[in-house]
Write a protein that binds this ligand. Structure first.
Ligand SMILES: Cc1cc2nc3c(=O)[nH]c(=O)nc-3n(C[C@H](O)[C@H](O)[C@H](O)COP(=O)(O)OP(=O)(O)OC[C@H]3O[C@@H](n4cnc5c(N)ncnc54)[C@H](O)[C@@H]3O)c2cc1C
Length: 319
């Protein structure tokens, strides 16, 4: 299967904020990192227009531009940034094997996984169209809630994340409609209590989204009551989806410790996984914060941990 094999000291899989930050640190430590960008060069932030909460940009920054800046910074220190995706791994031995695009084999002394996570969407044509047009559909209240200050918004979901994001939005927005498909929450009792005591959240149980209304921006949402089969329209300007994320970690299953959703488990306070020399950073291991700045922070940790690991194995060889 293997067309060619190449050995690298430090392989970085993924080109979001975590991967690029790991690359900057690894390159400056002379680890000569090679990065494969994957199917979405630049990662999730290439899907958004304004990033207003990444430190260092007082006027905000366009998501794709920010990722271009990070790429240039990583390349300035000679990171070898390549097109291609990791299609398979073999972490049996001390030298780790990663297959690229199903054909090229890389062996690496250290691997930094920064493959991110993808938000789940309802899959409605109107939802995806308005999302892609930057027209008021979002999967991140913390990122985008600020743009809807004093406006009416809706959030879909009945779990802890949806409840948390609904209460976050309620502090900024005039009114928050919480659209829950079932007749009860999946969220914890504590979260449900918070929802119930927040006056400007209206919970619509047994409701499903039929269509997000609006041509260039969200103007409302059409809902179906799945008990009565009645439909109704609610006026909103922001539509948030909080039905979960899927970490992009399928190829590591069976090798790395993961939780039941597929988030890679790191050793607390480090970027180490259960396999020496394999490190993880960013949303692939983070179901709690999922922010560019936290991804960048753990990218830094992964590179520093990789540097120490490589120094230790070099010392061991010399002794
Ligand atoms: C629409 C939107 C708006 C957002 N706005 C903000 C914001 O304003 N502020 C903020 O802080 N956060 C925001 N976020 C969240 C932020 O984008 C993420 O927390 C951050 O991008 C996570 O970084 P990451 O490096 O872990 O992964 P990602 O950005 O998800 O990047 C993952 C990378 O891994 C690559 N990859 C995946 N699988 C493979 C593979 N098998 N082989 C090779 N490469 C692979 C992908 O191609 C991609 O390059 C937003 C998210 C979205 C979706």
């Amino acid at each position: 299967m293997s067309e060619e094999t190449e050995h690298v000291k430090c392989l970085i899989i993924g080109s979001g904020p975590a991967g690029y930050t790991a690359a900057i640190y690894a390159a400056r430590a002379d680890l000569k990192p090679v990065m494969y960008m994957g199917m979405q060069p630049g990662g999730q932030l290439t899907e958004t227009t304004d990033v207003d909460n990444f430190p260092g940009y007082p006027d905000g920054i366009n998501g794709p531009q920010m990722m271009e800046d990070l790429r240039k910074q990583a390349e300035r220190f000679d990171t070898d940034v390549r097109f291609g995706w990791a299609s398979d791994v073999d972490f049996t031995g001390p030298v780790h094997k990663v297959t690229i695009d199903g054909k090229k084999q890389i062996t690496a002394d250290s691997v930094i996984i920064s493959t991110g996570a993808s938000a789940k969407w309802l899959g409605l044509e109107s939802e995806l169209r308005l999302r892609d047009a930057g027209g008021g559909v979002s999967a991140c209240a913390v990122c985008d809630g600020f743009f809807y200050r004093d406006q009416d918004v809706a959030i879909v979901g009945g779990g802890d994340t949806a409840a948390e994001e609904a209460t976050y939005l309620a502090k900024l927005c005039r009114k928050v409609y919480m659209i829950v498909r079932r007749d009860e929450f999946r969220a914890s009792k504590a979260m449900v209590h918070r929802i119930n005591k927040t006056e400007n959240i209206e919970v619509l149980f047994n409701h499903e989204t039929v269509e997000v209304l609006g041509d260039e921006g969200v103007k409302g949402v059409r809902l179906l009551n799945n008990k009565t089969q009645e439909t109704k329209e609610v006026d909103i300007t922001g539509f948030f989806v909080a039905i979960g994320h899927k970490p992009n970690t399928d190829i590591f299953k069976g090798w790395l410790d993961m939780d039941d959703v597929g988030y890679i488990v790191n050793k607390p306070g480090t970027a180490e996984t259960n396999i020496p020399g394999i490190f993880v950073s960013g949303d692939a291991a983070d179901k709690v914060y999922r922010q560019a700045v936290t991804a960048a922070g753990t990218g830094c940790m992964a590179a520093l941990d990789a540097e120490r690991y490589l120094a230790e194995i070099e010392d061991a060889v010399e002794v």
